[in-house]
Structure formats: C-alpha cells, structure tokens
Design a protein around this ligand. Sequence first.
Ligand code: NAD
Ligand code: MG
Length: 313
Amino acid sequence: MKDKKKEEKTQGSSKKATESSQLQNPVDKYPKPPFKGQKQPWPGLACKMDPVPDHGEKTYKGSGRLQGRKALITGGDSGMGRAAAIAYAREGADVAINYYPTEEDDAQEVIALIEAEGRKAIAIPGDIRDEAFCKKLVEEAVRGLGGLDILVNNAGYQQTQESILDVTTEQFDSTMKTNIYAPFWITKAALPHLKPGSAIISTSSEQATDPSPDLFDYAQTKAANTSFVRSLAKQLGAKGIRVNGVAPGPIWTPLQVSGGATQEKLKRFGGDTPMGRPGQPAELASIYVQLAASDASYATGQIYASTGGGGQP
Ligand code: NAD
Ligand code: MG
C-alpha cells in the first residue's frame, strides 16, 4: 500500500517534470515587431510600457543556487536588473537594489517580489552620477544585508543622437558618469567587503564590439565595461573574486522608450535579429545567476552574450 502510494507520487512528479520541460520555440515565445511607438520621460517605467516587459515575475523558478548570498544590484527596479533581482531572491539570496528616485513605482514592485520569497529586500534610491552617493550606497547595502558577496553593476544611460554634433557635453558627461564612473566608484567601495568566492558582474552590451552610429557616446562606455571585466578579472583572480559580464542585444526595457531609441527603431525593435524579435529581461536572468553561483568557480573575465543571434560579445 505504502509502495503504491510512493509509486503514484513518483509518477506524478515525473509527469510534472515532463510537462514543464516541454520544448518551446524561442521565436514565438514573446512579442514581435511591429510595436506601438511610445515615449516616456527618462528614466521611464517598466509598468508603463506596452507591452509590459517580462522580468520572470510569473516564471522564474529557483533551486537554491544562491542560498544565503548577499547581492547589490544597480538599476534593480526594471529591465535586466529587475530580472536578476527576482531570480536571485528565488535562488535564496538577500537583495539590495539601487535605482533613480523617480523609479519608486517599479522599485516597490521588485521589493514586494523579493519579500514574497522570504528574503531581505533593501531599497536604496539615489543618483549614481555622484561619487559620495555611490560610497553611501555600498555602505547602506552592506549594513542592510549584513555583508556583500555579489555586486551587479547594471545601471546604464543611453540616449540616441543621429550626429556627434547633437551630443551635448551634458549628455556625454551623464553617459560617462553613469556607465563608467559609477561602476568604478561602487566597485572601489565594495571591494574591501568582498571575500573570496564573491562575484562582480557588469552589464555590457553588443554595442561594445558592434557600435551603432546613433549610440556614439553610449557604445564607448560599453566597450569600457567589457575592458573593466577583462582587466579586473586578472587583478582579482588570485584573490578568489570572479568578474564577468553580460552583453545583451536588443532587450525590451524602459531604457529604449525613454530616449534610448528613435520611434522608428522602437517600432521594429529586434526585428533584424535572427530571432526576429527583441529579448525580454526574463530571458537573461539565468545568466546573471550562473555568473554569480559558486559552481561557476572557474569562469572569470568572460562576457556572456544574449543577442538573439545578432551580435558578438
Ligand atoms: P532599464 O531602464 O530597465 O535599466 C537601467 C537602469 O539604470 C534604470 O532602471 C535606472 O534605475 C538606472 N539608472 C540610470 N541612470 C541612473 C542614475 N543616474 N542613478 C541611478 N540609477 C540610474 O534598462 P535596461 O535595458 O535593463 O538597462 C540595464 C543595462 O543593460 C544597462 O547597463 C544597459 O546599458 C544594458 N543594455 C541594455 C540593452 C537593451 O537593449 N535594453 C542592450 C544592451 C545592454
Ligand atoms: Mg528603471
């Protein structure tokens, strides 16, 4: 009798496993162009996009890969940062997120999702173009989490301009401050707290190696992010701290609808990739998990691309 019950239970769980591992065509998995034109004031909110991006809210399943870890993610309110925050919490990590103060609506959704997993969630709004704030951000994260062993430098600023003549010094400065100075300041402040086994992850881009003509200033910063990873990995290898990066292709996030792309580009966004559609942040979540997890212990100095087949890291 007992054995029969056990057998039924086993059959039930293998049936479930078969259902959940059914093949799915990635080409049809998510919305394709044409998209509606849409514009939001910078930095934009994911909750106001049409269609609303998928960050894995309903789909990401954890399996304890980051149990007890402590992560700080910049730009954790939306896009790739939010997908990483949800996945990290479901893998058992406590998570602090930084975001720009006007992104409170998106950020509060993420905080609720982390807390729903029974994990600690720390919200630290503030402008990372300011060195003093970057130092404070790390201090607050370390205090709130009781330490730090995963740092994800993910926040980014991108504004499309047809010509170099349209790039103002103010824009150039914001792009450099957000994408290059902030990761430098935050990593410097975090390093004294990172023990062997810790991981640093940067969000770079396919723009690092295949820059678009209208992203002149932004593409330079993404090349810098890739060099940051490759240099710092060599510097920190002997200390047991791994440094890796993610290079997304066109991903459906607020960055694109708040000045990052022209309306024409948005309407056909991702259409020129082999997949024929943009990626969704949820599709990159497992990469951020893999690069942080202790079983990836020999991977450092690497850039992992997710581009729908279009670009190379
Ligand atoms: P996103 O708009 O969701 O995330 C960017 C985040 O950066 C914002 O949510 C905001 O919180 C943060 N940020 C920007 N300026 C800030 C400031 N001054 N102070 C504090 N926070 C600030 O868009 P996303 O596409 O998920 O961007 C995340 C990363 O992905 C960026 O580094 C971006 O360069 C990179 N990326 C995006 C794409 C894409 O197609 N969406 C492609 C390649 C790389
Ligand atoms: Mg945002």
